[in-house]
Design a protein around this ligand. Structure first.
Ligand SMILES: [Zn+2]
Length: 266
């Protein structure tokens, strides 16, 4: 076997070497492959050693263990040196300034609120917006109050209020101002679609269970409604409902098959 497996670039010897997790694995490699390698090459691995850079075991054809010890010492010193240089460089990098962090946190909460609103989770969305408010109040970031994201925040609050009244009152008239917002429009539209889908599901199941010839058309209409769901969480909203439609289809097919078998046998 040619030594082609587990090859990585070793920084100590500056070329690729095989790396083994344990001494035992490295020794086994030598035991089982040494003769074959010797047949095709002048040198073959004869001992293994621990590499401080790769944090594992390499094999070498260098027979001298004294030389090996010297090389190990060199590698260990080199590794230590590099580690210290790395730590020094890390210290020099200044931490992210707090205002920048807070702006990011603010933005992140707004983004999350968007997701929760799309999933109609009023409580979680409210938590995110409350966190935005806390950042605004406690951090005393005057510049953030003038930031464009404030407009987004106010917008999200309005959408959440709109969603609340949509959820509370089934016949709520769409708010004209809010209807200009695409997020709210998608949200309101999805909500009425979901109501329609969920309301028609029981009927669909009944058609499936009775093997009604009206089932295929009803299923098609049901799936068409599901496909109309839009927005950033459409896949999540669709998923469970698509599975239910597939389940109904399966039941319908089973009923048809059973009926066929019943007709064929006397
Ligand atoms: Zn190495």
């Amino acid at each position: 076997m040619k030594p082609v497996k587990n090859r990585i670039f070793c920084r100590a010897v500056r070329h690729t070497k095989m790396l083994f997790e344990t001494q035992e694995k490295a020794e086994n490699f030598i035991r089982f492959n040494r003769d074959e390698i010797l047949q095709s090459r002048r040198k073959a691995p004869c001992r293994c050693y621990y590499c401080f850079f790769c944090m594992g075991w390499h094999v070498t054809s260098n027979q001298s263990t004294e030389e090996g010890i010297l090389l190990d010492q060199r590698d260990e010193a080199l590794a230590k040196d590099l580690r210290e240089k790395y730590l020094k460089r890390k210290e020099k990098v200044s931490p992210i300034p707090r205002p920048k962090l807070m702006r990011y946190a603010f933005y992140e909460q707004l983004r999350l609120a968007d997701v929760h609103i799309s999933m109609f989770d009023v409580e979680k969305a409210e938590c995110c917006l409350a966190e935005c408010r806390r950042i605004l109040q406690e951090e005393e970031l005057e510049w953030l109050k003038k930031d464009a994201m404030i407009v987004n925040y106010q917008h999200q609050c309005a959408i959440l209020d709109g969603l609340r009244s949509l959820l509370a009152d089934e016949d709520a008239l769409p708010d004209e101002q809010l209807m200009k917002s695409s997020i709210y429009k998608i949200c309101a539209n999805n909500l009425s679609l979901l109501k329609e889908i969920d309301a028609s599901y029981e009927g669909l199941m009944e058609l499936a269970q009775t093997g009604s010839p009206q089932f295929p058309k009803a299923r098609h209409e049901h799936v068409t409604l599901i496909a109309k769901i839009k927005g950033i969480c459409k896949e999540q909203l669709k998923a469970g409902r698509m599975e239910r439609a597939d389940e109904a289809e399966e039941i319908y097919q089973t009923i048809l098959n059973n009926r066929k078998i019943g007709e064929e046998s006397p």
